[in-house]
Design a protein around this ligand. Sequence first.
Ligand SMILES: Nc1ncnc2c1ncn2[C@@H]1O[C@H](COP(=O)(O)OP(=O)(O)O)[C@@H](O)[C@H]1O
Ligand SMILES: O=C(CO)[C@@H](O)[C@H](O)COP(=O)(O)O
Length: 465
Amino acid sequence: MARSATYVAGVDSSTQATKVLVVDPTDGSVVREARRPHPDGTEVDPRAWWDALAGALGEVGTDDVAAIGVAGQQHGMVLLDESGQPVRDALLWNDTRSAPDARDLIDELGGAAAWAEAVGTVPVASITATKLRWTSRAEPENADRARTVMLPHDWLTWRLAGAPAEPTTDRGDASGTGYWSTVTGEYRPDLLEMAFGRGLSVPRVAGPGEVVGRTPDGLAISAGTGDNAGAALAIGPAPGEVVISIGTSGAVFTGHDRPSTDATGLVAGFADARGGYLPLLATLNAARVLGAGASLLGVDPDGFDALALDASPGADGLTLLPYLDGERTPNRPDAQGRYVGLTTANATRENLARATVEGMLCGLADAVEALVDQGVPARRALLIGGGSRSRAVADLAPDVLGLPVEVLSPQEYVALGAARQAAWALHGEEPGWTVARETTRDVTDSSISDQVRSRYADVRDGRAR
Ligand SMILES: Nc1ncnc2c1ncn2[C@@H]1O[C@H](COP(=O)(O)OP(=O)(O)O)[C@@H](O)[C@H]1O
Ligand SMILES: O=C(CO)[C@@H](O)[C@H](O)COP(=O)(O)O
């Protein structure tokens, strides 16, 4: 049943929460929004995401909505049995238990370069294929019951349509699995089998403007995508603009005209949601580092920002290596965070806050540098995500990154990208909306980036302890 309604809905099912926007498809303006939290942790029952989505959709109301699209946290392994029920909790992108499996898979294919050439990405623990290997090795009984593997957004999209629907995904999210190739645009069933020991059913990769199904209430459903591809769809970074998303993950990405095949494994050669490419680096340590710093100091986000802004650049020699939850880029799954250089002279709350912000930004600056090393230009950074709401992050970013920075106005860009895709599917062409741009913050002192980042590099590379 198609319906004549006015608006489109976009969903971001991210690590920490489900966010839903109801959007006017004529201009991209947000009409209503709702949010529901997700359980904490790196393995989650996918039904909790469904409950969060149902709750948020109930709150915004969909009587006047004609189409919906879902963007979701990338890479999570949703394994389903014969009857379509989850075999176990989903293992999320930030679960590092499959780090040894990533190393094994790299060896088995003949090294990192072989993976980069085959699919565009060298596996780390985040990549879905490594989670399949972990399950087949550590939980053979669960593996035996598995028939289908999906990603979080695939599963939510499939459930929105109600059973029995054809499972679908899109190239943006499929490109984070390790068994779909950004280079060829095809699944690599041989790599899935190599990881899992046998084949599994996978969702069909739908086209960017496709209607993949309808909800029982008649809303058209678009293909959806991964969260970062969703944000890229909403923002449309120009060549030379790099998006830096400071959420649970730190994600650094931009559109590109060809697939990346970085054998160092730093740059993940993902696809975007339009038919192009989205080279990306993701860190495990971003907004939560700021949260940890604030709770260490016993202050709220505003108090934390005030402290950080009261200290001098370089925090009088105090440096944070921000790998609090292990790290993915660089691949150090067992790493921990470290404050280095503490003396009685610099031991102030202000310096601790400053070093926390600078350390987190230095991790992102490394990511930008790796993108540039792969031939992707970075002349300006666009900051989004919960952590970009921090005044200290916004003020310090240009000098630490060594780049002009625009902090885009606080918006749910991932959900907005999903709404854009829903409007595209509904009307058969991509909408022409653009997001509001902000004033550029220029670098105030180019020596700060050199000074802060070189000290950070010493700590990162073990030259300063
Ligand atoms: N003003 C702020 N200062 C620092 N961190 C913030 C601020 N506002 C929100 N955050 C943090 O941003 C994160 C949520 O950002 P979001 O982009 O929604 O993450 P995700 O997409 O991973 O769910 C939380 O860790 C939250 O504490
Ligand atoms: O793993 C990646 C990208 O490769 C992460 O970016 C996830 O997609 C989760 O994003 P957030 O929930 O932190 O926004």
